[in-house]
Design a protein around this ligand. Structure first.
Ligand SMILES: NC(=O)c1ccc[n+]([C@@H]2O[C@H](COP(=O)([O-])OP(=O)(O)OC[C@H]3O[C@@H](n4cnc5c(N)ncnc54)[C@H](OP(=O)(O)O)[C@@H]3O)[C@@H](O)[C@H]2O)c1
Length: 250
């Protein structure tokens, strides 16, 4: 298990699902966790249980993310890890039938939200000599799915942001990695299932991995195991990776 004693981490979209599981996993590894979500009550409840700090905010607003980074920095004096996890699946539907405002809102959260996180964290991390910026990606960045134009486009863009960040900032000690978790049993996957719109929605619930798996993978990527993936994406569909992280025996 990677020891993150004394490290400070900001996790966006940490009120439920993968983000909440990640908050617990990072706390278990010894980190001080900033729990950010729009749902302030949920963020507070989770933060209280893990000795973390609740930070309400919307990643689609640059000022909210800057405020969260500043508040964590003020309280703990540093920021070692950023996990860009917040994301939305909708609007789900045919391109011709999709409302442009709703489409743009998904881009604001899934793509611009990642940019806002990187942009806010970089000055603090550079000043302290480095840091790790993890982004929760998706197979949808590489494989188009009908009904998911905003999701696929935004995840493809977020993957390119990780690659670009690596080019810009690896020399400053910034470790940028994307984690593609495969399908995970969360509210998002339940929404996908009820849409019935593409093959992912038809998957049997039993094939989805628990949110604790990507959570443990995110912690693992903060240790030496992540070094082989700088500027790249790790897929949790990969059995070898699952074994290396210790999610499956072998
Ligand atoms: N589940 C899967 O199968 C799967 C597969 C591949 C990738 N992913 C990715 O994994 C990440 C987490 O997904 P999940 O399955 O855990 O989804 P989820 O259960 O729906 O949780 C999404 C989280 O993001 C937060 N969020 C949404 N919009 C936000 C905003 N504008 N600002 C701040 N927080 C926001 C939500 O909290 P509030 O509503 O309180 O803000 C919630 O905590 C997403 O990036 C998703 O694309 C998931």
């Amino acid at each position: 298990m990677v020891n993150l004693e004394g490290k400070v981490v900001l996790i966006t979209g940490a009120s439920r699902g993968i983000g909440a599981a990640a908050a617990r996993a990072f706390a278990k590894a010894g980190a001080l966790v900033g729990v950010m979500a729009r749902n302030e009550a949920a963020a507070r409840a989770l933060a209280a249980g893990i000795g973390g700090m609740a930070l309400s905010g919307d990643v689609s607003r640059a000022a909210d993310v800057e405020r969260a980074v500043a508040a964590l920095h003020e309280r703990f004096g540093r920021l070692d890890i950023l996990v860009n996890n917040a994301g939305v699946i909708g609007p789900i539907g045919d391109i011709a039938a999709t409302d442009p405002e709703a489409w743009g809102q998904a881009i604001d959260v899934n793509l611009k939200g990642v940019f806002h996180g990187m942009r806010a964290a970089l000055p603090v991390m550079r000043a302290q000599g480095g840091g790790t910026i993890l982004t929760v990606g998706s197979g949808a960045a590489h494989a188009p799915q009908e009904g998911w134009s905003a999701y696929c486009a935004s995840k493809a863009g977020a993957y390119m942001l990780t690659r670009t960040l690596d080019h810009e900032a690896r020399a400053d000690g910034i470790r940028a990695i994307s984690l593609s978790p495969g399908t995970v049993a969360t509210d998002m996957q339940a929404a996908i299932r009820s849409s019935g719109i593409n093959p992912v929605s038809q998957l049997d619930w039993s094939v989805h991995i628990p949110p604790e798996w990507p959570a443990r993978a995110l912690v693992w990527l903060c240790g030496p195991g992540g070094d082989a993936f700088l500027g790249d994406e790790v897929s949790l569909r990969d059995e070898t990776i699952r074994r290396r992280i210790g999610l499956v025996p072998g």
